[in-house]
Ligand binder design. Structure first.
Ligand SMILES: [Ca+2]
Length: 338
């Protein structure tokens, strides 16, 4: 019996060529499904991706300012319409030691505290200060009446290896930063005796508080919120105006819910929202004191204290011969301003 050729059942001769095409088609469908799944996950959880467990400090500042309702994603009205420009009326001037390289100025309850810098010259001083509550005179800075400073009641000198920086009064403590030592000091406000030290990871520039948190500047555009008891960092605030980062934020004062900040080395004080980090006002101190030529950016405004009894600011500068009690004067916005 001749051997018969078995009948082939199944694919024809062309099927070996079609098989890869089918596999490629199925792979394509699979890839598309995967891409759709990835896209769905990405859209449903963008905040998780942007605020990972330990993002870099700069990313945290950029993406999620503390106490901000997602400021970076919330549409903001034009910043120029919100910013108020101020000049000043001088109410009174007070003598200031021209050797005081002022880095921190605080008034509270009849006493004025000043912290100064420079290696070997850093001093913390507490003196009596009487706030006048009479009507302002509003005279030019060189014609304003001269007030008298009260007696120095306590003074303490930092060791020569420390460059004193910003100070604030929180509860019964005066807290003071140093510039590059990454070391801060706490003092009893009555005796100025040092009671505690603490450390931080940046330079120290200015210091104030909002009643619950210390607020610290470090020379960058980022303000840092610190726990007042442990001085541990608990938040960041990135400061900006018209989309620009405002860098070199120096001496600070918290006044009626806003942060007032000298900007080194300028004649301007920025008024900063602690909620958004936006600058809502600028105080132009130009003309308050004319520094000598070739002063290397040292003889500039630095020092803001608030006098709640008459709502005036007390301002001075590094190596200035005077302090000035001033009242802010809002400036009309030019009609053609952007
Ligand atoms: Ca201050």
């Amino acid at each position: 019996m001749p051997r018969t050729k078995p009948i082939r059942r199944g694919p024809s001769r062309t099927e070996p060529h079609r098989r890869p095409i089918v596999w490629i088609a199925w792979c394509g469908v699979g890839v598309c499904l995967c891409l759709l799944a990835v896209a769905w996950v990405w859209r449903s959880a963008p905040s998780t991706a942007a605020t990972g467990a330990n993002p870099p400090a700069d990313a945290r500042a950029e993406d999620a300012p503390p106490n901000s309702e997602a400021a970076s994603s919330t549409p903001q009205p034009p910043v120029a319409e919100q910013v108020i420009r101020y000049r000043y009326k001088v109410i009174k001037s007070y003598p200031h030691n021209t050797e005081n390289y002022t880095q921190g100025l605080v008034y509270h309850d009849g006493f004025l505290y000043e912290g100064t810098g420079l290696y070997g010259q850093s001093v913390l001083t507490k003196r009596r200060f009487t706030v006048a509550t009479s009507e302002p005179n509003g005279l030019p800075s060189d014609a304003a009446p001269t007030g008298e400073l009260g007696e120095i009641v306590k003074q303490t000198r930092l060791p020569d290896r420390y460059f004193g920086e910003g100070i604030t009064l929180f509860g019964d403590k005066i807290i003071q930063l140093t510039w590059r030592s990454r070391l801060g000091f706490a003092y009893d406000k009555e005796t100025l005796r040092q009671t505690e030290t603490f450390t931080y990871d940046t330079q120290g520039w200015g210091l104030t508080h909002d009643g619950t948190r210390l607020i610290m500047s470090d020379g960058t555009a980022t303000l840092r919120f610190l726990d007042p008891n442990t001085c541990a960092e608990i938040g960041l605030l990135h400061v900006r105006d018209e989309q620009r980062a405002i860098r070199q934020i120096n001496e600070l004062e918290y006044i009626d819910g806003m942060i007032y900040a000298n900007i080194w080395p300028t004649d301007y004080i920025a008024i900063i929202s602690p909620q958004t980090g936006l600058v809502t006002g600028w105080i132009d101190l130009t003309g308050l004191h004319t520094p000598p030529p070739n002063h290397n950016n040292n003889v500039i405004p630095n020092g803001i204290a608030y006098l709640p009894e008459n709502k005036h600011l007390l301002v001075t500068g590094k190596l200035w011969p005077k302090m000035f009690e001033i009242e802010l004067v809002p400036q009309a916005t030019p009609p053609d301003a952007p």
